[in-house]
Design a protein around this ligand. Structure first.
Ligand code: HEM
Length: 272
């Protein structure tokens, strides 16, 4: 018979009898596994943990509480993260064969598609993955909007999300030019002209992106640097901040879930 006066142990903590907080549930078993690994003395996990405290952080993150009623819509953020990771990995392989020059870009991509083993597949994954990521990010934004997750105290995470959305669209724009075929060339000319019509900063931004009087050699190099280095770096850093806030602030409960009334609270009675 458990002692009712004793504070129950939290997930990741060991209780006196060695069982996790909730007896035999999966989360506590997982936490016990981490604990066991930490106590494994000379083990690699124990060695790293002693020097970094990483398992404490990971246990807190992996076994944190989530509200009742969470559903498949809550997986859209993780799905976006997965799409970004897939883009980063396939992008690395594409960069091994791609040459950012107006005379060689198209040829290097044709070579990759036709001659390199799995080249067409990896290129296809990257191309369709971009569309998938953009669809997922909009769906995830819709979920957080309709569930009211942008409200206090999560406004900052919403703002970070907006920047992530803009950066994801910049990835799409800068990546589109890289094959340097007729379609990508003229689409970039059009996009650049539209940018130039923007108020105040529009013309300066268009000049910066074009990197010269015409869309050409300098543009492709600039787009490549932005697409390969600048924006993915920013996205990765902002995803880190986004995730930190998700873990710190917790997940918003679905709006249809009513707050639970404390057991002894009296029902509100109509007066008059
Ligand atoms: C690269 C893009 C993005 C990634 C990888 C990402 C990832 C995530 C993940 C994994 C979560 C926690 C799970 C979930 O609620 O789905 C989350 C939560 C959240 N995201 Fe994003 N997100 C991205 C973009 C955005 C955008 C565009 C917005 C809005 C403009 C946004 C706003 C939020 C908010 C407010 C939360 C907290 C949700 C809650 O407390 O219920 N995110 N994000």
């Amino acid at each position: 018979m458990p002692n009712p006066l004793k504070r129950p142990s939290r997930p990741g903590e060991r209780s006196a009898n060695g069982a996790g907080a909730n007896g035999s549930n999966g989360a506590s078993r997982g936490a016990q596994g981490v604990e066991a690994a930490k106590e494994g003395g000379g083990g690699l996990v124990g060695w790293v943990d002693e020097r970094s405290g990483a398992t404490g952080f990971l246990t807190g993150m992996m076994f944190r509480k989530v509200p009742k009623g969470t559903n498949w819509f809550y997986t859209l953020g993780s799905a976006t993260l997965f799409a970004f990771t897939a883009q980063a990995i396939t992008g690395v392989f594409l960069a091994m064969y791609y040459t950012p020059s107006p005379t060689e870009a198209y040829e290097s991509i044709t070579h990759l598609t036709n001659d390199v083993w799995m080249g067409e597949f990896v290129r296809g994954m990257h191309k369709w993955g971009a569309t998938v990521m953009i669809c997922l990010i909009f769906l995830h934004m819709g979920r957080t909007f309709f569930f009211g997750a942008y409200k206090y105290p999560r406004e900052l995470n919403w703002v970070i999300g907006v920047v992530l959305l803009i950066l994801t669209l910049v990835m799409g724009l800068t990546g589109y030019l890289l094959p340097f075929d007729q379609r990508s060339y003229w689409a970039t000319v059009v996009a650049n002209n539209i940018t130039a019509t923007g108020p105040v900063v529009g013309p300066y931004l268009a000049d910066f992106l074009r990197a010269g009087p015409e869309v050409g050699a300098t543009t492709i190099q600039r787009f490549y640097a932005i697409h390969m280095l600048l924006v993915p770096g920013l996205i990765a850093a902002l995803i880190g901040a986004h995730m930190y806030l998700v873990v710190k602030l917790g997940t918003t409960a679905p709006p249809w879930l009513k707050a639970e009334r404390p057991k002894n609270a009296r029902k509100k009675t109509e007066v008059g």
